[in-house]
Design a protein around this ligand. Structure first.
Ligand SMILES: Cc1cc2nc3c(=O)[nH]c(=O)nc-3n(C[C@H](O)[C@H](O)[C@H](O)COP(=O)(O)OP(=O)(O)OC[C@H]3O[C@@H](n4cnc5c(N)ncnc54)[C@H](O)[C@@H]3O)c2cc1C
Length: 380
């Protein structure tokens, strides 16, 4: 068996999502895209299938799978709809992943079963209006008052910022720019002083909710601190290392979807009395797309393999995220070109892949930040 052949579990997950996509996503995804509706019911159904807690051990109500299965699930979902892939990934690897990695036993028992079944949807708040790449300058503060921490400030661009039932929130508990001056809190939606804010009107990924979270004198009990006070930033960087596998997989799904649609169209569409696939200008585009997708997949599986084995994968995660996301943008751009004028309309899938793909070079660390991470690692 080749080293990267899909296991039986991966094949089962891929089949299951293909069927799920046909029935529950394809009939509606353009409607959701148009209206920017976050289709909560789809995530509840994904929860029933075990896909909202792919990496959560079975003792906490999850599927207990590893990163290969997780990558397969995101790829297959993103082939159908990038938004569903993005929301599933953010829920799994950011909020749920943070509680799984750094929560104490009580916190894990309380939150993971709800998140893994999608009874609750999770959000993860690091970014603020003025601090994206430069997260250490965050202004959202938490001040200790007796047994409580009082949060004030806001988080922007948060996936499930309004709908999320629980959020992991990174807030400043120490000095500005001190990497040990940030703490992670679990904040339930019902906590007084926690509100959803502006929902972003986006270019792509429009069915994935992206919104502001606002904290006004929001009192969070000290039992809701994840790990130690002051460890939040270091924890967040570790979560983002793993999260990069998610975005690489998301990118791969979009790129593969764009390639599959392009191959089908190029064989069907005739110009000058023959299928456009016969023109080398088109077939070479397909060859480039296929080759780059293959390379992106190998980088993603390498990062997933390291993560499965509990090894450091900062550089490999950044390789995968950087390369796969740029490949997604390139492949979806080429798909629009191959579809010609039809590629520019909403009647064909190419334009949605094109719009959705761009998020991949921005979210969870831009391509420039990935290059920063990679160059730091190789210059050590
Ligand atoms: C759809 C969507 C969902 C998201 N979901 C979440 C979420 O769930 N939780 C969350 O916390 N955040 C989330 N984000 C935020 C996302 O992680 C940030 O947008 C991203 O990290 C970039 O930050 P920024 O937008 O502030 O850009 P900036 O940091 O302002 O960057 C602007 C430009 O400057 C470049 N740049 C910045 N610093 C450097 C540097 N040192 N060297 C070279 N170039 C640099 C960047 O690469 C970019 O091109 C989401 C964003 C989107 C669009």
């Amino acid at each position: 068996m080749p080293a990267f052949a899909q296991s039986e579990n991966q094949q089962m997950i891929a089949e299951m999502i293909k069927k799920f996509g046909e029935t529950h996503i394809k009939p509606k995804f353009m409607e959701w895209d148009e209206s920017q509706e976050f289709p909560l019911e789809v995530f509840k159904k994904l929860g029933d299938l075990g896909l909202m807690g792919v990496l959560v051990p079975t003792e906490y109500g999850g599927s207990g799978f590893g990163y290969f299965e997780y990558v397969t699930a995101i790829i297959e979902l993103a082939k159908v709809c990038g938004s569903i892939g993005l929301s599933m990934a953010a829920h799994n690897s950011l909020c749920t992943g943070h509680i799984l990695a750094f929560g104490n036993e009580e916190q894990k028992k309380k939150y993971l079963p709800k998140l893994a079944t999608a009874e609750w949807i999770g959000a993860w708040g690091l970014t603020e209006a003025n601090t994206g790449s430069d997260a250490l300058r965050m202004k959202c503060v938490a001040k200790k008052e007796g047994e409580y921490w009082v949060l004030n400030g806001s988080k922007n661009w948060i996936t499930h910022g309004i709908t999320g039932n629980v959020a992991v929130v990174l807030a400043r508990t120490g000095e500005l720019l001190d990497s040990h001056g940030i703490t992670a809190f679990i904040v339930e939606r019902s906590t007084p002083g926690f509100a959803g804010g502006k929902k972003e009107n986006k270019l792509g990924m429009r069915a994935s909710e992206t919104a502001e979270m606002i904290f006004t004198d929001c009192k969070v009990h000290e039992s809701q601190v994840l790990g130690n006070v002051g460890d939040g930033f270091v924890q967040a960087m570790k979560i983002l290392d793993g999260g990069r596998i998610s975005i690489a997989a998301l990118s791969l799904g979009i790129a593969k979807g764009a390639l599959e649609a392009s191959i089908k169209y190029a064989k069907e569409r005739e110009q000058f009395g023959q299928a456009i696939a016969n023109f080398q200008a088109i077939s070479f585009k397909l060859a480039d797309m296929a080759t780059e997708i293959e390379a992106a997949e190998l980088l993603t599986l390498q990062a997933a393999d390291l993560k499965n084995r509990g090894q450091k994968m900062t550089k490999e995660g950044a390789f995968a995220k950087y390369y796969a996301s740029e490949v997604a943008v390139k492949c979806s751009t080429e798909a629009v070109q191959i579809f010609g004028g039809y590629g520019y309309t909403k009647d064909f899938p190419a334009e949605k892949y094109y719009r959705d793909s761009k998020l991949c070079t921005i979210g969870e660390g831009t391509s420039e930040i990935q290059k920063l991470v990679i160059s730091r690692e190789i210059l050590k």
